[in-house]
Design a protein around this ligand. Structure first.
Ligand code: 13P
Length: 281
């Protein structure tokens, strides 16, 4: 069933989970994630990033995401990830998305506040949830999102408090050591910072750059207040590596074989992540 961000976050708060927010630029990703969520009977978020417009237009995949969410046997929130322009955000809401992220993290504080407030107003008109970001998330050199090599600027807890008070958002994306893309060295997360941000804002926190971390890092981040984990790179990489192996194994492999193999690999990868996010034994 299709639900909004506030609803999935309330499950997260009640159960001390982080809801998995998986980017789904194609049907195989959507199916892999929803099949897992149904088999574990947990709420989930499927997301389309504005940066994936070149992979799949929002107008094509958006209605499919909404339809799959409506048909699902578990609560599914359909989210726009890293929306940068008001038009794009409005388009997602008109397509039936139940959550949007406005990303003004590279703007000045005042501009970010002003644009986020507009996005909050718009999302309320559609009864959708809204996430925004303060501090800048870094991207590794192997990332499908953001400018490569962008240096991260960690979120200042006091600034985060002011940002949340001025905007009234439902969830806050904070930068504390994760990066979008493949980790080239072991990440060292600033858990004290995340704890302080949670304490000062009282708002559910979002971890971007959430794939490729250890189980211990996920567990600690969830304990400190992370309630939504954005996940894509490592599931996509798992699909690519499984496809390569299949192509090397046989001649005469068809594209539908590759798509199935890729979906199987994404299902395995996201299943492992979900077990930790929802503390499933
Ligand atoms: P990863 O690149 O770690 O999968 O992060 C995805 C993400 O944060 C989407 O917003």
């Amino acid at each position: 069933m299709l639900v909004n961000l506030q609803e999935v976050l309330s499950y997260a708060e009640k159960n001390q989970w982080a809801i998995g927010a998986f980017n789904t630029p194609n049907l195989e990703c959507i199916m892999a994630v929803l099949q897992n969520a149904e088999s574990y009977q947990v709420p989930v978020i499927i997301a389309h990033a504005q940066a994936h417009e070149r992979v799949m237009p929002l107008e094509t995949i958006g209605p499919i995401m909404v339809l799959c969410a409506k048909k699902s046997r578990v609560p599914v929130c359909v989210h726009l990830d890293h929306g940068e322009s008001p038009d794009y955000i409005e388009k997602a809401l008109e397509l039936g998305f139940t959550s949007v992220m406005y990303d003004g993290s590279k703007l000045s504080f005042d501009e970010n506040v002003e644009n986020t407030r507009r996005a909050v107003k718009l999302s309320r008109k559609f009864k959708a949830g809204i996430e925004a970001e303060i501090g800048v998330m870094a991207s590794s050199s192997v990332s499908s999102e953001g400018a490569n090599g962008t240096a991260g600027i960690y979120t200042d807890p006091e600034v985060a408090k002011k940002f949340v008070e001025l905007t009234g958002i439902d969830a806050l994306a904070a930068s504390f050591g994760t990066v979008h893309g493949i980790y080239t060295e072991k990440p060292r997360l600033d858990f004290q910072r995340i704890e302080k941000i949670k304490e000062l804002t009282g708002t559910p926190l979002v971890m971007h750059g959430g794939s490729g971390l250890s189980d211990d890092d996920y567990i600690t981040a969830i304990k400190k207040g992370v309630r939504k984990i954005n996940y894509y790179t490592y599931m996509s990489r798992a699909a690519a590596l499984a496809s390569k192996e299949l192509l090397n194994r046989h001649d005469g492999v068809m594209f539908h074989d590759v798509a199935l193999e890729a979906m199987k690999a994404m299902k395995e990868d996201t299943r492992r992540a979900m077990k930790v996010f929802y503390s499933i034994s």
